[in-house]
Design a binder for this molecule. Structure first.
Ligand SMILES: Cc1cc2nc3c(=O)[nH]c(=O)nc-3n(C[C@H](O)[C@H](O)[C@H](O)COP(=O)(O)OP(=O)(O)OC[C@H]3O[C@@H](n4cnc5c(N)ncnc54)[C@H](O)[C@@H]3O)c2cc1C
Length: 410
């Protein structure tokens, strides 16, 4: 008979809770060490309180993505769906493969995990910050601010640096760096973009559907389409946030306010139709019915189309052409991105290169495992980050033992 092992899980976030459930289901004695006063704080804030916990569509990950393919082959959306179903969490899929709890409440996901941990006898210690990991004979000694915890294995799920008020302050990186694991400099991702504000003055609070292309040195780094929210510092909204990780000092943004349109000819034809439609009305009404008046005013200005004391009918073809270009390619200079305080996720982190992708075991420190956002993998909005955290957490908890939900591991 195999001996019951003691596993210390560092961090009571998505990855840590999933790891604890999987390990306890395999018969391990599990202790969760969480620095905040309660577990799952960030989980409650996810998806605007609805918790978009996975995505059944094509994978959208960045950073060191080799590991993602292995993890998702074993513990992807189907296996995670079975995991949740087995633990009684009803799911609901919305557009673009986004999966939520059927209740549309993040608290339901946390309750499912909390009560499962309770049922499995997992010990949860909150208000405990882990400061070091030390070899202790065949096992490990976990150093905390309030004493040491002896265990056979340690699963490090301390998250990245995004939203430290919810717990993840980057302090867990050092726990793995101490054994030679490489840290890829962490950067804020899925966050708001700060821009030159003069071209968008007066637009704060306006929400539009648009395309954004991040350009650097003539090349396209990233193209996104979706909701853009103008703010007094720049751009927010899912579309802008997904572009944030590509912002560099040389980057420029190209906004397309007619993203579904076929191109310049279609727009020019439409502008001609509008010129005719509003021919005896003030020229500033040209874009009525197409764009919000505040935005129309800024775009006419950017296209250098003078509207004062003119009728729409007096606008020249050349002016319409300029305007069409601006509608499809409105340039805006980013000046930076909002920091970790407002980021949803961290790009960078501990390189997964020295972790076994099937068990998440460290190849540098046997008995140490890692899972979740602490690793150099980040995903788009839409459930990808939680799916990676839960998937790697379950694999680390199983560490090669047979999964009830996915294929046999290891
Ligand atoms: C506002 C917001 C909304 C989001 N919405 C979504 C969404 O809808 N879908 C999605 O897929 N992703 C979403 N994300 C991203 C997602 O929440 C994270 O990628 C995911 O929670 C990462 O899980 P994790 O367990 O790896 O890290 P975390 O959830 O950050 O958990 C790490 C835990 O470790 C603890 N800890 C850290 N260091 C120590 C230490 N030294 N000692 C003890 N404990 C420690 C922390 O307190 C924390 O509880 C959102 C993020 C935010 C901030």
């Amino acid at each position: 008979m195999t001996q019951r092992e003691t596993v210390a899980v560092i961090g009571g976030g998505a990855a840590g809770l999933a790891a604890a459930v999987a390990a306890a289901e395999c018969g391990d004695r599990v202790i969760i060490l969480e620095r905040m006063d309660r577990i799952g704080k960030k989980l409650l804030a996810t998806g605007n309180g609805r918790c978009n916990l996975m995505n059944s569509g094509p994978l959208a990950y960045y950073g060191e993505t080799d590991i993602v393919r292995s993890v998702m082959a074993l513990m992807g959306a189907d296996a995670q769906r079975r995991f949740w179903n087995r633990h009684g969490l009803a799911l609901r899929e919305e557009d673009a493969g986004r999966v939520y709890p059927a209740t549309l409440q993040a608290a339901t996901v946390l309750d499912t995990l909390r009560f499962t941990l309770e049922k499995l006898g997992v010990e949860v210690r909150t208000g405990v910050r882990v400061t070091g990991l030390h070899r202790d004979g065949d096992g490990w000694s976990v150093e905390t601010e309030s004493g040491r915890v002896a265990c056979d294995r340690v699963i490090v799920c301390g998250g990245g640096k995004a939203q430290p008020k919810l717990g993840s302050d980057g302090s867990a990186y050092a726990l793995l760096q101490a054994f030679g694991h490489r840290l890829v400099p962490p950067r804020a991702a899925l966050t708001q973009i700060e821009t030159d504000t003069a071209p968008i003055r007066g637009l704060s609070g306006l929400r539009v559907r648009a395309g954004i292309t991040v350009l650097t040195g003539g090349g396209r780094m990233k193209q996104e389409r979706g909701e853009v929210l103008f703010t007094d510092y720049g751009l927010s909204g899912v579309c802008a946030m997904q572009c944030a990780r590509w912002i560099t000092p040389k980057a420029e943004l190209s906004l397309n306010f007619l993203p579904g349109w076929s191109g310049e000819n279609e727009v020019i034809n439409d502008l001609r139709h509008r010129r005719n439609l509003w021919r005896s009305s003030p020229a500033e009404r040209l874009l009525t019915g197409l764009l919000a008046p505040r935005l129309a005013e800024r775009l006419l200005e950017a296209a250098r189309v003078t509207v004062r004391e003119r009728t729409a009918g007096s606008l020249q073809d050349g002016e319409l052409q300029h305007l069409a270009r601006v509608l499809l390619d409105f340039r805006l200079k980013p000046t930076g991105v909002k920091g970790f305080e407002s980021a949803q996720v961290t790009a960078g982190g501990i390189s997964p290169e020295a972790f076994d992708p099937f068990t998440m075991a460290s190849e540098l420190a046997p008995g140490i495992y890692a899972a979740g956002e602490i690793l150099d993998v980040d995903g788009d909005c839409g459930g990808f980050n939680l799916m990676f955290a839960f998937g790697t957490g379950i694999l680390a908890g199983l560490r090669g033992r047979e999964s009830k939900d996915g294929r046999k591991i290891g």
